[in-house]
Design a protein around this ligand. Sequence first.
Ligand code: UDP
Length: 310
Amino acid sequence: MKTALVAGGAGFIGSHLCEYLLKKNYKVFAIDCLVTGARKNIQHLIDNPNFSWIEHDITAPLFMNVSCDEIYNLASPASPVDFEKMPVYILKTGALGQMHLLELAKQNKARILLASTSEVYGDPLVHPQVETYLGNVNTLGIRGCYDEAKRFAEALSIGYKRMHGLQIRIARIFNTYGTRMRPEDGRVIPNFFTQALAKKPLTIYGDGKQTRSLCYVDDLVEGIYKLMQSSIDSPINLGNPQEITVLDIAKAVANTCGWKDYKTTFLPLPENDPKQRQPDITKAKKELGWEPKVSLEEGFKKAFDYFKAQ
Ligand code: UDP
């Protein structure tokens, strides 16, 4: 039986990953400081004898006397709303948090996977984004704290690989949605579903012609797991390549909620909001044999049920 440690285990993606690993017969230790994670995300796992969780903030060193085979770092606030509220904390989580986990991986001779982000590409000038693209990040902009935290975490991981021969994995995660997203998280999917369910105008930032590519969380978790099991120790994009404008996301969400004559309201575009984003997943397909399976229609139905219940 393998043991995995999931930092950010009570978060949106982290809690799904804990569930997935338990199904694969792992012993799972979740770590979370509950800044953006929530106990309710792991409540259903508490009675599982193979699951334990520790309330701990990875910006502080970890002293654990359990040995583990795999460490997954999913711990970080990741919404643009968080970027405004806690930039210094986000930088510490990306830098110190990853450093503490790398140290733990070194002690345990464990593999460690970093949840990096498409944000390392900034407002990309190359489309779709390939892993070899070096990015266009404004270090001083509102998103700089998250982008640079993850860029630093990638560089630190590579440093540990070079200096200590650590087995590292880097997933560059593109926009992901699904159950357990915080309704008040501020991102486009929670906002639009919450608004549409309340029949309130959907808030379109800018002209709504900017694009994103939305991956359902179950697909992403499978990609993360496959990456951990692979021998790929260079960054790899994980996301759904189906690109869609924000205007079309609004239309699709309203349609899913059965709101035919939906209303929109236009608000200013936030600073450095990427104009287009689409992952090139050629590498993931070839090296991991992975690609998303859940269609937008199917994923939106699941999201609808979830947000309705909230
Ligand atoms: N967005 C929007 N209305 C909202 C929330 C977001 O138009 O209520 C836009 C946002 O400006 C961005 C896109 O939707 O262009 C995706 O935003 P999100 O915060 O979900 O993710 P990110 O910008 O980090 O990709």
